[in-house]
Design a protein around this ligand. Structure first.
Ligand code: PMV
Length: 315
């Protein structure tokens, strides 16, 4: 049996715009999904026969990264599904990693590519942000240009993304989960439709791309005030792309008095928001009182990890 775990993520800046080839900045968080792979008589997931309809990411991961004899995959998750915290990426990355490790060793670049292809297939359209963050961990910058600290490049059709390591300073974030399950695919499709028909939406996407670059500089300078302002602006721009939700706005507003800034994170339409603060407990209380579920998270954690220590990590 081989076991791998992979972290969830929060997108600090750039969700949705990154699908159009703009930059994004994402951080790995200390909520993980663990997947184990072992030989079996039939393909199964958590002891039940695998069904493509129910296990969309796992069955697509099998098509992309396995093709061998039947296996059972056991998964356990600390990440609420549909919360905007990258549960689908973490399940995909940990499964692809465990399948690869079962065959001899894990190669982060290959895992990131295969996992992106899985998400793109299941969601219909995706960027490699979540899957690369879950693979590499720490922080990543996605950019149309190649920058310093380059990790790998992912191409798909006409689109391509350069993935870079981003050092993460000590920052305190609190997640506020609305409890509203939102599917990424339809939200991504909605933004595409809007961008095809509205020049205002195209301008918002362009501005998000600039916010990301300003955010990267603010991050390097550990400038929390600037980061907070940019988070507020990014939230407003995402609302203009119609991926907001009244419950997200409620939580964002509730955090304002005790945070540098706050925004929705991930696909939106429900899911989660994040706030940057020096006082995580005050923010957690504000989120709870406004009806959300607060999660105080550590950011910049390790990426894909072999849990049984028996296999090598290929370079
Ligand atoms: O729903 P999440 O948390 O996996 O975030 C999706 C982020 C998007 O930018 C909306 C889509 C993508 O593939 O980058």
């Amino acid at each position: 049996m081989v076991t791998c775990s992979a972290p969830g993520k929060m997108i600090l800046f750039g969700e949705h715009a990154v699908v159009f080839g703009k930059s994004a900045l994402a951080l790995a968080i200390n909520l993980r999904i663990t997947s184990s792979v072992r030989s079996a008589n039939q393909y199964s997931v958590n002891g039940h026969p695998m069904k493509k309809r129910h296990h969309m990411y796992i069955s697509a991961a099998l098509d992309e990264a396995w093709g061998g004899p039947p296996i059972n995959i056991d998964t356990s998750s600390e990440i609420p599904s549909g919360s905007g915290l990258g549960s689908s990426a973490a399940v995909t990355v940990s499964c692809v990693g465990a399948m690869m490790a079962h065959r001899g060793g894990i190669e982060p670049e290959k895992i990131a590519l295969k996992s992106f292809l899985v998400e793109n297939k299941v969601q219909g359209r995706a960027s490699p942000t979540d899957t690369s963050t879950s693979t590499h961990g720490q922080g990543i910058i996605v950019s149309p240009e190649r920058l310093d600290n380059f990790l790998w490049r992912i191409e798909q059709g006409q689109r391509s993304w350069n993935i870079h390591h981003c050092a993460v300073p000590k920052l305190h974030f609190v997640v506020g989960y609305t409890g509203i399950h939102a599917s990424t695919g339809p939200l991504v499709a909605g933004v595409k439709k809007l961008a095809d028909s509205s020049s205002e939406a195209v301008r918002a996407i362009d501005r998000i791309g600039e916010v990301v670059l300003e955010g990267v500089d603010a991050m390097a300078a550990s400038d929390k005030k600037r980061l907070g302002h940019l988070m507020d602006e990014n939230h407003m721009l995402l609302n203009s792309l119609e991926v907001g939700h009244p419950e997200l706005d409620k939580l964002v507003e509730a955090c304002r008095p005790c945070s540098y800034g706050a925004k929705l994170t991930g696909a939106g339409g429900g899911g989660s928001m994040i706030a940057l603060t020096d006082d995580p407990h005050a923010v957690a209380k504000a989120i709870q009182e406004a009806g959300g579920e607060p999660i105080i998270v550590d950011v910049g954690v390790e990426g894909i990890r072999l849990e049984d220590g028996g296999m090598s990590r290929k370079r």
